[in-house]
Ligand binder design. Structure first.
Ligand SMILES: Nc1ncnc2c1ncn2[C@@H]1O[C@H](COP(=O)(O)OP(=O)(O)OP(=O)(O)O)[C@@H](O)[C@H]1O
Ligand SMILES: [Mg+2]
Length: 293
C-alpha cells in the first residue's frame, strides 16, 4: 500500500486531538525539523498526559517519527493532513484507485461531493534518493524526510501557480480545484498518454495542436520544461492535454531558450518517429518562439 493509501485509511480514525497535534507539526514545518515534547505541549496548549497519549498514537500510526531531538512529521503524516484538509473543505469525499505511481508523484482518482471525478496528485520528489539513502544507511535522523516534505509542498505550489497562470489562455490543461500541502486536485482528463498511442487519425494536425499550445504558453511566459510523450494526454476526440507543470520556468530563466527548444524537440522527434512525420525541428521551434504573431 502506498503512503497515500495508508493515510486515506488512517485519516478516518484520526480523532480531533490527533489532528490538532498533526497541525502543530504542519504549522511549524518551515521553522522546525523536529519538535520536543515540551514544544509540542506549548504549541498545542494540551495537557502533558494528552500530548503523551496522542504522540504515541500518531507514532503507532506512522504519521510521525522519533529522532534524537524529538518527533517529526513523516510523509504519511503530511498525506493525512492534506486529505483531512480536502475532506474538511468539501473538496473530496473519497479517494479511489491509484492511476499513476510515477517517479515524482502518486496520482489517485477521487470523488468530489458533486460526485464528479477528480485527480489527486501527491508530490513525491526525492522518494528514490530517499529510499536509496535509507538502504545505504547514510543517515539516521529524519533530516532528509523534513527536507523532502518542504520540497514537495513547494513543487505542489509551483504546479498550482503555473496552471493558474495559464487558466485563461484557452490551452488544454487540467482544471485546477485546490492545493492542500503537497497535493493538488484537478479534473480527470479521460484520455491516454501520447506515449501509449500507436495510431492517430491525423498526426500532423495533432502535432500542430500541441505546438500551438506550447506557443501560447510560451507567449504567456511559461515553458513547461518536462514536455514529452509522457506528459501529453489524448482524449477520444483527439484533443491533446498537456499535464505535469511543476518544473515550468518563465522566459526570463537564463536557459529559457534551451528549455523551450528541448520541449519542442522532444515532441517533434516523437511524432516523426512514431507516426512517420517529417516535421523539421528548427521550423517547429521557430513557429513556437515567434510569439509576436
Ligand atoms: N488530470 C489528469 N487526468 C488524468 N490523468 C492524469 C492527470 N494528471 C495525471 N494523470 C496521470 O498520472 C500520471 C502521472 O502524472 P504526472 O505526469 O503529472 O506526474 P509525474 O510525477 O511527472 O509522473 P512521471 O514521473 O511518471 O512523469 C500521468 O502520466 C497520467 O497518466
Ligand atoms: Mg509526468
Amino acid at each position: 500500500m502506498s503512503s497515500a493509501e495508508v493515510a486515506a485509511k488512517v485519516v478516518k480514525s484520526l480523532e480531533r486531538e490527533d489532528y490538532k497535534l498533526l497541525k502543530v507539526f504542519a504549522s511549524g514545518l518551515k521553522q522546525h525539523e523536529s519538535l520536543t515534547k515540551d514544544e509540542i505541549r506549548s504549541y498545542s496548549k494540551m495537557h502533558e498526559n494528552v500530548v503523551n497519549f496522542r504522540i504515541s498514537r500518531l507514532h503507532n500510526m506512522k504519521l510521525i517519527g522519533r529522532n534524537e531531538r524529538g518527533y517529526s512529521l513523516l510523509m504519511t503524516g503530511l498525506d493525512a493532513i492534506a486529505l483531512r484538509i480536502l475532506a474538511d473543505d468539501d473538496i473530496i469525499i473519497g479517494v479511489g484507485k491509484p492511476i499513476g505511481i510515477g517517479k515524482e508523484s502518486d496520482v489517485f482518482e477521487a470523488i468530489a461531493h458533486t460526485k464528479d471525478e477528480r485527480i489527486l496528485k501527491f508530490f513525491r520528489i526525492g522518494r528514490i534518493s530517499f529510499r536509496e539513502a535509507r538502504r545505504k544507511r547514510t543517515f539516521t535522523s529524519n533530516h532528509s524526510t523534513h527536507h523532502w516534505l518542504l520540497i514537495n509542498i513547494d513543487a505542489a505550489k509551483k504546479e498550482y501557480d503555473t496552471l493558474n497562470q495559464l487558466i485563461y489562455t484557452g490551452i488544454r490543461i487540467p482544471i485546477l480545484y485546490y492545493r492542500a500541502m503537497h497535493c493538488i486536485v484537478m479534473n480527470r482528463i479521460d484520455g491516454l498518454r501520447l506515449a501509449d498511442i500507436k495510431e492517430l487519425e491525423a498526426p500532423k494536425i495533432t502535432l500542430q495542436n500541441i505546438l500551438h499550445d506550447i506557443r501560447i504558453a510560451y507567449k504567456h511566459n511559461v515553458i513547461n520544461c518536462d514536455l514529452s510523450e509522457y506528459n501529453v494526454l489524448v482524449d477520444s476526440g483527439n484533443n491533446t492535454w498537456i499535464i505535469d507543470w511543476p518544473q515550468a520556468v518563465s522566459r526570463r530563466h537564463p536557459n529559457a531558450d534551451d528549455l523551450i527548444k528541448r520541449d519542442v524537440y522532444n515532441i517533434v522527434k516523437f511524432f516523426n518517429r512514431r507516426f512517420g512525420l517529417r516535421k523539421d525541428v528548427n521550423e517547429a521551434i521557430g513557429e513556437v518562439m515567434a510569439i509576436s504573431t
